[in-house]
Write a protein that binds this ligand. Structure first.
Ligand SMILES: NC(=O)c1ccc[n+]([C@@H]2O[C@H](COP(=O)([O-])OP(=O)(O)OC[C@H]3O[C@@H](n4cnc5c(N)ncnc54)[C@H](OP(=O)(O)O)[C@@H]3O)[C@@H](O)[C@H]2O)c1
Length: 318
């Protein structure tokens, strides 16, 4: 086959993928959530805002004139994301702050900085996570998924609670995963290999979110948990060999939601009037869903809280 034939076949393939994607999007379309409400004078923290759903969320909130603190562990990536968002909107304010959820010391330093420099915090979006990371133990002696997806979140959220109460009405949004329903928390060991590290750590985080909602009743700080569906992001970076990206990427592009679509429900929860709702579970469109059975065991919520309190040294003065 001549070069031209290869080029033509390549173009036809790319065009077919794009047309198919449009058709799938049209078939799967739902009620778009497009709150016109603005976020002027509102401060929001988005963890893991340099790519994927976090970056798309930061963009949408900036469009609504929010002051967005991009809590990321990589300064270059965060600044590149800020530049990108700036190209798409001149609205809002975007500020990078260093946060590595793998390190309790980094979480403490981040919170100290926020408490010292921010007058208000209206929305905290716990978005950052890792999936299928090779087994590793953090400097705090915790398994990496447990550390990033749960213990880091636990310490961060608790340290910022006073500021959020002062800023009420305020909201905490947990970006969870429907896979939490396949999790099982091994309370005996947070150091070693977990059974299903991603699902187990997401379940641990859901137990925390539910207990937190109970404890914050009547404070003006509400808690919302959402699963964004299957979204085309970098989350699978540890699951798929880069050598296979040329096959996997078109499939992801074709079948999964875009990061922008994946951010819609989160933006809705950050912006919409939710009345006195708290402790609820939402789908990617921001519509309420029934909590999976596994996450409804109150004894587990309490146990998770107590263990997390100990392992993150929450009660130690900083
Ligand atoms: N994509 C999906 O299909 C899907 C489905 C269900 C739930 N979710 C949830 O959606 C959320 C966003 O994921 P995504 O799909 O947008 O994935 P992503 O593109 O991989 O983004 C994850 C973000 O988390 C950050 N992060 C990872 N480890 C961190 C650490 N130690 N400290 C601070 N930040 C850290 C990453 O920073 P670096 O770039 O520096 O690594 C990145 O900004 C996650 O909570 C995920 O569980 C996603």
């Amino acid at each position: 086959m001549s070069v031209w034939k290869y080029a033509t076949a390549g173009c036809v393939f790319a065009l077919s993928i794009m047309v198919l994607r449009k058709m799938i999007r049209f078939y799967k379309r739902g009620i778009p959530i497009c709150s016109t409400k603005e976020m002027r004078n509102k401060t929001v923290i988005v963890t893991g805002a340099n790519c994927g759903i976090g970056k798309a969320t930061a963009l949408e909130l900036a469009k609504k004139h929010a002051r967005v603190i991009m809590a990321c562990r990589n300064k270059e990536k965060a600044n590149a994301a800020i530049l990108d968002i700036r190209k798409m909107t001149g609205c809002g304010e975007l500020i990078f702050k260093y946060l590595d959820l793998e390190s309790l010391k980094s979480v403490e330093a981040f919170c100290q900085d926020i408490i010292e420099h921010e007058q208000k915090l209206h929305v905290l979006i716990n978005n950052a996570a890792v999936m299928n990371h090779p087994y590793a133990q953090t400097e705090d002696g915790l398994e990496i998924h447990m550390s990033v997806n749960h213990f880091g979140n636990f310490l961060l959220t608790n340290r910022l609670l006073d500021l959020m109460k002062k800023s009420s009405p305020s909201r905490i949004i947990f970006v969870s995963s429907a896979l939490h329903k396949y999790g099982k928390v091994n309370f005996e060991d947070f150091k070693g290999h977990q059974r299903k590290p991603y699902a187990d750590s997401k379940l641990a985080n859901v137990y925390f979110a539910r207990e937190l909602a109970e404890r914050l009743q009547g404070t003006g700080v509400s808690v919302h948990t959402l699963h964004p569906g299957m979204v085309n992001t970098e989350l699978s970076r540890h699951s798929v060999s880069p050598a296979l990206n040329f096959i996997v990427n078109p499939i992801k592009y074709l079948l999964l939601s875009s990061a922008e679509e994946g951010s819609q429900g989160i933006v809705h929860l950050a912006v919409a009037g939710l009345g006195s709702d708290t402790g609820k579970y939402y789908n990617k469109k921001g519509q309420e869903e029934k909590w999976p059975e596994i996450s409804s065991d109150k004894a587990m919520w309490k146990k998770m809280w107590e263990v997390s309190e100990q392992l993150t040294h929450l009660n130690k003065a900083i």
